[in-house]
Write a protein that binds this ligand. Sequence first.
Ligand code: GTP
Ligand code: SPV
Ligand code: MN
Length: 620
Amino acid sequence: MSLTLNDIKHPKISTWVNEMIAMCEPDNVVVVDGSREEYDALMQKCVKAGLATPLKKKENCYLFRSLPSDVARVESRTFISSVKEEDAGPTNHWIDPAQLKQTMRELYKGCMHGRTMYVIPFCMGPLGSAISKNGIEITDSEYVVLNMDIMTRAGKKVLDIFNADINADFVPCLHSVGKPLRKCESDNGIWPCADVEYKYITQFPEEHLVWSYGSGYGGNALLGKKCFALRIATVLARDEGWLAEHMLILKLTNPKGEVKYVTGAFPSACGKTNLAMLIPTIPGWKVETIGDDIAWMKFGKDGRLYAINPEAGFFGVAPGTSAESNKNALISAEKNTIYTNCALTEDGDVWWEGIGYPAKGKLVDWKGKTRDALPKDKAPKGEEMAHPNARFTAPAKQCPCIAKEWEDPAGVPISAILFGGRRPSTIPLVHQSLSWNHGVFLGSIVGSEITAASTIDASQVGKIRRDPFAILPFCGYNMGDYFKHWIEIGKKTSEDKLPKIFYVNWFRKDPNNAKLPGGFMWPGYGDNSRVLAWIFDRCDGVDNAKETPIGYMPKDGAINTEGLADYYKETLPEITKVDVEGWKKELADVKENHYPKFGKHLPKELSEIIDMIQDRLNKA
Ligand code: GTP
Ligand code: SPV
Ligand code: MN
């Protein structure tokens, strides 16, 4: 059944693979066919090597534990290696491509000794979609193959596309864990990866090429995801006139049965998966999922933007996921799922902080240590049973609320784009931009408290950093030029056909109000449907908004509060008004500390917007 190098008929792919074999010197080479038998055999290999634990309580589910040094993306070791430094821009790390290739070639030389090289043909997006794109990932990690099997369309069906069109484009993605084995040596239960100073997650934007070395973790190693579908795809999108974004895609149905599609960009671990799978608390409304992390949007013939989800699975944050917060995610991950860095229970199930019930008896924590379950479901920072960035990899088709059109090759027409982040103050629950360019401005100032997904440095967690369009760690070129690209997109069609742009904030805090769970002034999760409903009606031009200095905001009573706890009804006026002084400070900070970074790459339109809003605030 399994495929070999002889099954590759696409000359450019063959040549590239053979060059990589010569450099990495694997013991064997396998071309991944994507079959169930292959998946099962690879999983058994991981179990034998002591890397995967089968979960007795969940059908075909396995737990992996990484090394503590390999639990998240490593932004300090992530590079946009463009020919000119200026093209990487002020927000990316850059090394000259010739120099970096030399360094990495030294590392790759013989790096697959004792290992199998897997060649994975994969497609980002529904097969046959004009918006989809193909790649080949080479890896020496079985964990990566298994995850790519869930997260992308991978295997023979994609190889067939290449073999049918031997000139078909592909994005070459090379990955190694950077841990060669000596003869007869095995991983022996230890997650293979390299020390941090040898990790490199490199994008070569001019060549549309990815080289990743030394990490086995999700965003560093599943190269179809952030490396290709965002860092390389942002470059393709710029050149071809479309958008590649760190966005969820959801389908929203109102009580009359009318449908709108919405995308949303929130920084890592700020609620995309949760919003995409939300169960509305207001009657008659329905949310269904198209995607939870990445959206590719292209103009259709009708001048509207159509979005596809380039992925086929969810690589979701486990901690905080409970039957109450995100039941649909839990059900998605009930079977055929890979868990990473969760805790293991005595009866063979996974557990994490915020799963919604206390653990019993003894647990094996994410570091592999057996510990007594804590009486409460919260451990002190740094001593969690599951790592705060523990993840589940689950097939999207298992999601109970997956939309029937989630694999439609045409994509879905987008009516609204949301931006958001964790902002404890200033930013209101929701406001709508006054224009497309004002919306681009709102995207450009997105900021958030730092979360565990983006750093391995716990001391940084909680500080605020700007994360424009939630794409700061994922933009493959100069962020100033990326802003310009968004302005240009707004000129390609008439304003009425463009999605409306909103800024939302579920994370306002009042630490002095003891009644509020977690100090949050808004319940979030399913109650975010109340805001989605307002947005839906905005898109239809319903008279539910008032114009304020910062944009359109809900009229009094326009947010449905039926069934909301009294203490949230009391906080609602505070989070739905303009904090004039807070906004003045916000804009001053953007002007002094954020925008100057982009120099001449900052589009003048954004400076004009900031002046306009400052002016409006001064008159308020
Ligand atoms: P990535 O996969 O890292 O890109 O993250 P994501 O944006 O998909 O984040 P996710 O939905 O997994 O949410 C991460 C964390 O935010 C979880 O701990 C959630 O419980 C929490 N969260 C999500 N939505 C809300 C909300 O509306 N309110 C509050 N307070 N917390 C939320
Ligand atoms: C994120 O960090 O935004 C993720 C997880 O979605 S990773 O794929 O590791 O980037
Ligand atoms: Mn993400």
